[in-house]
Design a protein around this ligand. Structure first.
Ligand code: MCA
Ligand code: AMP
Length: 381
């Protein structure tokens, strides 16, 4: 379906009647299958039921106080949970309106602010909007809520936003498999660097990675969640589904976190080898597989390095085969037609060998430390 109502969908639909009979659906019926990538590089279809979607939208409408008076600026892609369900279902369920943008254009968002009451975005939105001269309290005077999610919002972005607009961005945490799990409060302190409290109906615990149960308050462990928001399993992957749930029904998110003394959830890292760039999830394995397959390459490790615009920048560390003269441009050219653009490394670095631990495993933490300032000079935007 094209932007102007063109495309193969309206062509196919033209042969059908406009009227049809509704089919009754129950809460456990499948509503959507959303594909999400995995640590092995193979994508999995997350099966979401009507209850998963409806319960979460209902909770968010109440928690974030959406009403039919609201107007949301929607500039997110609609092929992910954030733009597809969080933004759209909340607006539909509240009977509110949206300004539906084909893409994120910071100057255009500033121009739309006076007509809107809310904005939902990934941290890169807020970083780029802060570079716009027109962003100030006057421009944002009709907005009641700025929401951020999909990737960590830096405390400095939160502070800079507050300074410029007078608004505390509300950060929340979710996943394709679970919809939204936690949110900072509507009233009360929106604590920078945290994702707030478990939403009503969601049980969240910090568990020992070995599955031996909940950890004491303040300890870092794997975030596990349970509730009507949590998906029904991966499409045609029963073993994968079983492996990601505990016997008592909690879903293992793979995110590392802690709960502070006041009950706020902090995400402190990831137990899974995942890079989040501009809100898009990228599994290194898929990129390493493409690079390792090149004739002049012995092996590679793909890591996320702090990036001022995208949060994390995809970075490839590559070991050449003896005698090979393969360069960064060769690597990038070779993967160009094979991987989506946002997965392409922003830099390719060549080394003689990769750091390994005594078990022979590549130490990505050492690489991340070595290259932590790689993008420090890159200006955001
Ligand atoms: C574009 N590029 C990127 C990204 N986006 N590279 C890395 N990471 C990215 N996210 C590439 C472009 O192909 C381009 O390459 C160059 O970077 C600069 O493009 P630019 O014009 O600046 O990008 P853009 O088109 O403005 O896109 C940036 C964006 C976009 C608006 C931040 O990435 C975006 O809409 N992100 C939101 C993703 C999202 O909705 N995530 C939610 C997932 P070249 O110049 O070489 O062509 S759902 C989720 O995570 C859970 C459930 C949750 O909690 O929400
Ligand atoms: P996805 O698989 O695209 O649904 O992305 C889900 C992942 O995004 C989570 O498992 C987290 O790692 C990450 N995520 C979502 N929201 C936040 C947030 N507010 N802070 C940090 N990470 C987040």
């Amino acid at each position: 379906l094209g932007q102007h109502g063109d495309g193969s969908l309206p062509e196919s639909a033209s042969g059908y009647q406009a009227d049809f009979n509704d089919v009754a659906r129950g809460p456990d019926d499948l509503a959507a299958i959303l594909y999400t990538s995995g640590t092995t590089g193979r994508s999995k279809g997350a099966m979401l039921s009507h209850e998963n979607l409806a319960s979460n939208a209902h909770v968010l409408v109440e928690y974030w106080r959406f009403t039919s008076d609201d107007v949301l600026i929607h500039a997110l892609p609609i092929f992910h949970t954030h733009g597809l369900f969080v933004a759209t279902n909340v607006i539909l369920m509240a009977g509110a309106s949206m300004l539906f943008e084909a893409k994120f254009d910071p100057a255009r968002i500033i121009a739309l602010l006076p007509r809107a009451t809310a904005l939902m975005g990934v941290p890169t939105f807020y970083v780029r909007l802060l570079q716009q001269e027109g962003l100030d309290a006057q421009a944002a005077k009709n907005i009641r809520l700025f929401i951020s999610g999909s990737a960590p919002l830096l405390a400095e972005t939160h502070a800079a936003w507050r300074e410029r607009t007078g608004h505390a961005i509300l950060e929340r945490y979710g996943m394709t498999e679970t919809n939204m799990n936690t949110s900072n409060p509507y009233d009360g302190e929106r604590r920078a660097g945290t994702v707030g409290f478990p939403l009503p109906g969601v049980s969240l615990r910090i568990a020992d990675p070995d599955g031996s149960g909940s950890l004491a308050q303040g300890k870092v462990g794997i975030i596990e969640v349970k509730g009507p928001n949590v998906f029904a399993g991966y499409w045609r992957m029963p073993e994968k589904t079983t492996a990601e749930f505990r016997p008592d029904g909690f879903f293992i998110t793979g995110d590392l976190g802690l709960i502070d003394r006041d009950g706020y959830v902090h995400i402190v890292g990831r137990g899974k080898d995942l890079i989040i760039s501009g809100g898009y999830n990228i599994y290194p394995k898929e990129i390493e597989g493409e690079i390792d397959a090149l004739a002049g390459v012995s092996e590679s490790a793909v890591i996320g390095v702090a990036h001022p615009d995208f949060g994390e920048g995809v970075t490839a560390v590559v070991v050449r085969k003896p005698g090979s003269a393969i360069g960064a441009a060769d690597v990038l050219d070779a993967i160009a037609g094979r991987l989506a653009r946002y997965k392409h490394p922003k830099q390719v670095i060549f080394v003689d060998e990769l750091p390994r631990n005594t078990m022979g495993k590549v130490q990505k933490n050492v690489l991340r430390e070595t290259y932590k300032d790689l993008y420090a000079a890159v200006r955001a935007g």
